[in-house]
Structure formats: C-alpha cells, structure tokens
Design a protein around this ligand. Structure first.
Ligand SMILES: [Zn+2]
Length: 265
C-alpha cells in the first residue's frame, strides 16, 4: 500500500471507528437488557426524548450539549464518549500496526477490538459475557488463522486449546478450593476464543498483562476502599485489555524477548 492509500485508510479508519463506536454504545446498552438493536430509536432513558441526528454525532454532540440531555438536562454518562474515543483509537492503532502490509488483518484487528470494547463494558456492569460476542470473536479468530502473518497457523489452534485447558483447570481447582466459582464459564470461553485470535505466544502476553495489571488494580482498589475480601470483581475487562495489548504489541514484545534470550542476556 503506498502513502496516498495509507493516508486515505487512516482517515476512513478514524471516521468509521467513531461511527462504529457510536453503534457499540447501543449494543452495550441494549444487548444485556435483551432489547432490539433496531428499535426504538435512541432516546433519553429518563424523559424519553427521541434523539435527533444532531444530538447523535459522536463526541461532538456530547461537548455541544455539555454532557446533558437536550430536553430534561439529565446528566449523560461520559461512558458513551469514552466508548467512541476508545474504539476510534483502537481502529487507528489497527491501521497503524497492520494496514500498510496486511490490510485484511488490520480489519480483523479493528473488528476484534470493537467486540472487546463491548465485552469490557458489559462485563464491567453486568458481570456477564453474552455468547454472541464470543462467537464473533471466534469467527475473527478463524480468519486470523489465515491472515495473521506473524504467527504460524497452528499456533492459533494451540492457543485455543491451551487457553481452554489452563482456564478450565484454574476454574475447576479454584472452585474446589474455595467452594465457589473462581472463574465464570464466560471467562473460560473467552480464553478459548482469544487463544484462537492471538495464537499461544500472544495469548501468553495477554494473560500476563491481564493478571499483572488486574492484580495491581484490584489490590489498590481493595486497599483504598477497605472492602470485604470476598467482593467479586469481573475478570473479563482485564482479559480484554490484555488481548488488545497483545494484538498490537505482542509480536514486538516476543521478538525483543527472543533476541534477549539468544544474546544470553
Ligand atoms: Zn432527557
């Protein structure tokens, strides 16, 4: 891809990322409630004011309206804008990392990231991961077998098997030791499809980021709020963040590690 097309791809990636991010807000809000994605049209949850197109421009409308509903002035959660900005950033990262040499894989990454954003926010709020997100991620994982040029095709299959086995064992022994569910079934499914998406090497990176990052954040939360020890925290937000990290930085990290090993430290 030459520079002209690359610039066009950046612009398209940014605009589409923003629009898809806006749609993800609808998905994150409606899917856990079992609502239809198509109807009713977007409205204020409090006064039912039906949003006009100019109330629905990603990021811009939030700023113009000062974070309030046009009709009843109820505060609008910053989450909507955060979702739009995060999705845009991840789509631009996909273009940056892969579009020049491997456009199909850049698209796989961008779509995968959008699914991860949904899982992140839905699990954070509802502590569930609806199966349809796992299925889409799994399909993208199958596509990655063919288009991920940095990883051997069988690595993706090994990743899926390893992810499922390790998490399955942790869940089994965890629940035996503590007498309650240590890891949900959703977490196990997520580790299988993320292994398929990443390959086993990058799955390792993702899990390392998820567990180290998760431990630091949870320990500091616990120290701060002085909460009871058995408060349950969702784990999927950390896994999804780890997967996104591994998608973009996993290969570089593994390369750096391997050359360190080869040089004998
Ligand atoms: Zn309102």
């Amino acid at each position: 891809m030459n520079d002209y097309y690359l610039i066009v791809t950046y612009i398209l990636g940014g605009i589409l990322g923003l629009c898809v991010g806006s749609f993800l807000n609808v998905v994150i809000y409606r899917v856990p409630e079992g609502m239809s994605l198509a109807s009713p049209p977007s409205h204020c949850p409090r006064c039912k004011y039906s949003l006009k197109w100019y109330d629905n421009i990603p990021v811009l409308s939030y700023i113009i309206l000062g974070g309030k509903c046009r009709s009843c002035k109820t505060h609008i959660s910053f989450r909507y804008t955060a979702v739009e900005l995060t999705n845009t950033l991840l789509w631009l990262l996909s273009v940056y990392a892969y579009a020049k040499d491997n456009l199909p894989y850049a698209i796989i990454c961008a779509l995968g990231c959008s699914v991860l954003v949904c899982i992140f926010f839905i699990d954070l709020e509802h502590k569930i991961i609806p199966d349809r997100f796992q299925i889409i991620l799994g399909l993208l994982g199958i596509a990655a077998i063919f288009f991920d040029k940095n990883t051997q095709w069988y690595s993706h299959l090994v990743g899926a098997a390893a992810g499922g086995t390790v998490f399955g064992l942790v869940a089994y022994f965890g629940s035996r030791k503590y007498g309650k569910e240590a890891l949900g079934g959703g977490d196990i499914k997520l580790s299988i499809v993320s292994g398929l998406l990443l390959g086993w090497e990058k799955l390792l990176v993702a899990m390392l980021v998820a567990t180290v990052g998760g431990s630091i954040i949870l320990l500091s939360l616990r120290a701060k709020k002085d909460q009871a020890k058995d408060t349950e925290y969702p784990f999927a937000p950390f896994i999804t963040a780890g997967i996104a990290f591994a998608l973009f930085f996993g290969d570089k990290l593994i390369d750096a590690y391997m050359s360190l090993i080869r040089s004998g430290f």
